[in-house]
Design a protein around this ligand. Structure first.
Ligand code: NAD
Length: 538
């Protein structure tokens, strides 16, 4: 089976013949691949293969970085940061706005590459580039407000002038995953650049080309080339030297790896933000619009074949609407189109790898062996491609089953019936994670009250995940084992800065003057403090 492209763009004039040219790809022009991989700081001479999950065929052999390469990338980035930090804010915001237009202009090429490397349906690939555009525009338009120096009240009103500056951290390390390889490589880095930092990024090996295309677009948009360094290699080897030389680390990936990263950052006392896993609940209340809930739940459970950190893996449905909802949800799931095409016709592509297929298969087999029922799906589909697994709806999942509390990260969702809402909230809150939740109800006010009781960093009402994910002014991230720190909003930018307080003392010095003794000065201070408290000053 060969991948088809709708773009007819520069990507696929090939195919080249990998049997005769080891650097060639079945789907991509060798020159195109080389222009991307030349951006890597990687001198070991070793390469790692990238294969397309659409058909298992090779896409590229990606040069690998050594510890010395990571150190070289860090020092190039540091030099670039020093110049960049002195650049006017307008130069940075203009580059962001150019990037906004560039990703929209080059969308066919970006979607092709995301589809070829990750296997995801084109609609999900488009969502990635739309998220990059949204992020670029949001931060460009709000930069001045977030980063401007602020006046704050001083010790002696009128006499102590205090300003708080926002200073870039320096070099930000980013370690990003494969599941949303375009936006998770770029969108966390954009606010870092805007604040005056440089970035050294280690993308996941499976989706390196997509991340490198992001680097190319950044340069085209006007960011200096050295400001964004890309290194490649196994996380266990490349992570430690990156953390050893960075001033802040932004990590997106599994909770297990997040804990390793956090402890390495703690050793150096550098900050980190961790965007980790989830076992996200979706609640359908008794007054929900069932059509809206069905459509939303299907998208929330099966976007990118469920390989989405904020996707719903647990559906809690009110007794009164359970049967109606389940009938429609199963029918909606069965109507989905599965396929390997790069065009818009596909609802769901394959999983990304054999590892993912093994995990998903193991979760479903374990649940079935322990008494769960499959309402639809439940099988791998090797007839469609090497890593396909059907969108799967389970009933009767119990706490002894792996998929009850562990993240499957695949197209498998469990249905649970509830009688009262307090019980549904308690079950939604059970377990270690707290990333994202969704509530479907016609009563928005009531849904928002329930949202406050849910211990997740984002809660969407009458939508699965897109309302918070696409609202860039809203911080996004996990509670509990789902993460630390936030992307998006002011917090997503300010994490890459330190505050610096500069206080200028005028007129009166701090300490006795005008011949006052220490005791008289203490008395004067006591009176002043009482007066300031009485008049309500902070
Ligand atoms: P992973 O933790 O295995 O890998 C993520 C990245 O970390 C990759 O680049 C990998 O090479 C690197 N890495 C692995 N071990 C490392 C180590 N010891 N030191 C340094 N780097 C290391 O995660 P994954 O399985 O590839 O990705 C899926 C997970 O990511 C899921 O749990 C998913 O929920 C989570 N995720 C979370 C978000 C979010 O925003 N919260 C977004 C996407 C994915």
């Amino acid at each position: 089976m060969s991948a088809q492209t709708p773009s007819g763009g520069p990507l696929l004039d090939g195919p080249a013949d990998p049997e005769h040219d080891p650097r060639a790809s079945y789907a991509l022009e060798p020159g195109y691949v080389r222009a991307l991989t030349d951006r890597l700081v990687a001198t070991t001479g070793d390469t790692s293969p990238v294969e397309s999950p659409l058909n298992g065929q090779p896409l590229a052999h990606v040069p690998q970085s050594s510890t010395a390469d990571v150190e070289e990338a860090l020092s190039r980035a540091r030099r670039a940061h020093e110049k960049w930090a002195a650049s006017p804010l307008e130069q940075r915001t203009e580059a962001l706005l150019r990037l906004h237009d560039l990703v929209l202009d080059r969308q066919a090429e970006i979607c092709d590459l995301i589809g070829l490397e990750g296997g995801k349906a084109r609609k999900d690939a488009f969502m990635e580039l739309a998220h990059v555009a949204l992020t670029a525009r949001y931060y460009a338009r709000t930069a001045r407000d977030h980063l401007q120096t602020r006046r704050v009240p001083g010790l002696f009103p009128g006499l102590t002038h205090v300003q708080v500056n926002r200073v870039p951290k320096g070099v930000v390390g980013i370690i990003s995953p494969w599941n949303y390889p375009f936006t998770l490589a770029l969108s966390d880095g954009l606010p870092a650049l805007l604040a005056g930092n440089a970035v050294v990024i280690k993308p996941d090996a499976q989706t390196m080309l997509t991340a490198l295309l992001g680097a190319e677009l950044l340069e085209e948009a006007g960011f200096p080339r050295d400001l964004w360094q890309v290194v490649a290699g196994p996380g266990r080897e490349i992570g430690p030297p990156l953390i050893a030389g960075a001033d802040f680390l932004c990590f997106t990936g599994s909770t297990a790896t997040g804990k390793v990263i956090a402890s390495q950052c703690a050793e150096r006392l550098i900050g980190c933000s961790l965007e980790l896993g989830g076992k996200n609940p979706l609640l359908v209340l008794r007054d929900a619009d069932i059509e809206t809930a069905t459509e939303g739940a299907a998208r929330a459970s099966f976007s990118n074949a469920g390989q989405l950190c904020v996707s719903s893996e647990r559906l809690f449905v009110a007794d009164q609407v359970y049967d109606r909802f389940v009938d429609r949800f199963v029918a909606r799931t069965e109507a989905m189109t599965l396929g390997s095409s790069l065009d818009w016709s596909v609802d769901m592509g394959p999983l990304i790898s054999q590892d993912q297929l093994d995990t998903v298969t193991a979760h479903v087999e374990d649940a079935l062996a322990k008494g769960a029922r499959v309402l639809t799906g439940g099988r791998a589909r090797p007839d469609l491609g090497p890593y396909f697994f059907e969108p799967t709806v389970l009933e009767g999942v119990s706490p002894d089953m792996t998929c009850f509390g562990e993240e499957t990260f695949g197209p498998v969702v469990s249905l649970y019936r509830f009688h009262d809402e307090a019980d549904a909230v308690a079950r939604a809150n059970a377990g270690q994670y707290g990333l994202n939740a969704a509530i479907y109800s016609e009563d928005g006010r009531r849904a928002r009250e329930i949202a406050r009781q849910i211990r997740c960093g984002t809660v969407n009402v009458n939508e699965g995940f897109g309302a918070t994910f696409g609202s860039l002014a809203a911080p996004m991230g996990g509670m509990r084992q789902s993460g630390m720190g936030r992307r998006q909003g002011a917090e997503g930018l300010l994490r890459y800065t330190d505050t610096q307080s500069v206080a200028t003392q005028r007129g009166l010095r701090i300490g006795p003057s005008f011949g006052l003794s220490q005791e008289q000065y203490a008395k004067l201070m006591t009176t002043s403090l009482r007066v300031l408290n009485k008049i309500g000053r902070a």
